[in-house]
Design a protein around this ligand. Structure first.
Ligand SMILES: Cc1cc2nc3c(=O)[nH]c(=O)nc-3n(C[C@H](O)[C@H](O)[C@H](O)COP(=O)(O)OP(=O)(O)OC[C@H]3O[C@@H](n4cnc5c(N)ncnc54)[C@H](O)[C@@H]3O)c2cc1C
Length: 361
């Protein structure tokens, strides 16, 4: 059987964007997916391309986000041109309702060249229940993540990447210095290099090879309303709760942060909480039907810092995982780092924070 240059395990946004980077260099890439491509966290997420409150995060998170934000417009355009699938990448802005630390926000935005304005909340969104002094970030963008994944998948197919669905990796075979092959639900497979991009399942999949990797599932539930197109035009954020408008009138309300293991069930309690918050902030949602309620498992990591590195002991094993709350946002820059590392090209960022943790992170 043909052995590709790379096997990537997991076809969420991180596996797909990594595959794209490598396939663009002319390498042969095989993407293995346990279920169907792009149906886990990357599908379940909201697609806000910004850390909710960046001033609450470390430089390790922010530099990765900033690099991705710079790459996203070109990335989205290239995908749309090549595939004809519109990922609905657009700057819609984000309105941050109180309570929020205005001084911290202002300092962060000044330092990072991010536009920030103080505004009466109803100047930006007249339909809001309350008119309060709020913060307006006009340049925050979003992508419609399920469509972004569709475009990525199509692009990979056009580039000749082999996508193997329903192929679960179950075991690593190694000689102590290298991975020699992997066992999957469809038999043994080999490649030159192996990249783990298995989201919340990465640590579990690596087993003894995980070393001190600390990635675990953190459930997030989301509620979807269907309003009239244009009923809401910007993202609204209040104390970790957000509303995200899509162009066709769908409005996502999210989310929860639940440490409940590999359990993707939805709960009535979360549904009631999300509904109450959404309708309290934007009363017009009382007249919009709730059309869906789902949960996804984020790849949770300490301080939201992903691991993007080569294994400390196995020279052909790599990881790109642990993006927690911002994997959609961080995807282009994380894929760039992974490819630069493998191909020994110069990095655009300091990659020290993303090293494989040998001691506890
Ligand atoms: C409710 C919610 C809201 C979110 N909102 C945002 C947001 O607004 N902005 C943002 O940037 N991020 C957001 N996120 C976070 C973002 O979705 C994740 O960080 C990102 O999707 C992680 O991507 P991934 O490819 O690592 O994981 P996943 O998308 O989970 O992909 C991992 C893949 O690996 C496969 N896999 C696992 N084990 C194996 C195996 N043994 N063999 C083969 N395949 C395997 C899985 O089936 C899966 O398809 C949100 C997440 C949730 C849940």
């Amino acid at each position: 059987m043909f052995n590709p240059d790379y096997i990537i395990v997991g076809s969420g946004i991180i596996g797909c964007s990594t595959a794209l980077q490598l396939a663009n260099t002319g390498a042969s890439v095989r993407l293995l997916e346990r279920n169907q491509p792009g149906q886990e966290s990357s599908w379940a997420g909201g697609g806000i391309l910004f850390p909710l409150l960046p001033w609450d995060y470390t430089d390790a998170v922010n530099q990765l986000v900033q690099r991705s934000i710079a790459l996203f417009p070109g990335w989205a355009e290239e995908l749309q041109t090549a595939t004809g699938i519109d990922p609905e990448y657009r700057c819609c802005g984000m309105l941050v309702l109180p309570p929020v630390s205005t001084s911290k926000a202002r300092i962060w935005c000044d330092t990072h060249g991010t536009r920030l304005e103080s505004a009466g909340a109803r100047e930006i969104v007249p339909e809001l229940a309350a008119d309060e002094e709020a913060l307006w970030l006009p340049d925050v963008a979003q992508a419609r993540n399920p469509r972004l994944l569709k475009a990525l998948r199509r692009r990979l197919e056009l580039l000749g990447v082999e996508i193997s669905e329903h192929t679960e990796v179950t075991r690593w075979n190694s000689d102590g210095a290298r991975i020699t092959s992997i066992e999957t639900s469809r038999g043994e497979l080999k490649a030159g290099r192996y990249i783990v991009a298995s989201g919340a399942w990465s640590k579990k999949l690596l087993g003894e090879h995980a070393l001190n990797l600390d990635i675990r599932p953190i459930r997030g539930q989301m509620l979807l309303f269907k309003a009239e197109p244009g009923a809401l035009r910007t993202i609204i954020l209040r104390e970790g709760f957000y509303l995200i408008p899509r162009l066709d009138g769908h409005i996502l309300a999210g989310s929860t942060l639940e440490d409940v293991g590999f359990d993707k069930t939805t709960t009535e309690q979360a549904k009631a909480m999300l509904y109450a918050q959404a309708t309290e902030i934007l009363p017009l949602l009382k007249h919009a039907p709730v059309v869906k309620h789902w949960a996804g498992l984020r790849p949770g990591s300490p301080d939201n810092i992903p691991t993007i590195d080569r294994h400390p002991q196995l020279e052909n094993l790599y990881i790109n995982s642990g993006h927690f709350r911002y994997g959609v946002t961080m995807a282009p820059a994380s894929a760039e780092i992974m490819a630069n590392l493998i191909l020994e090209r110069p990095q655009t960022l300091d990659i020290a924070p993303y090293r494989w943790p040998v001691a506890q992170k």
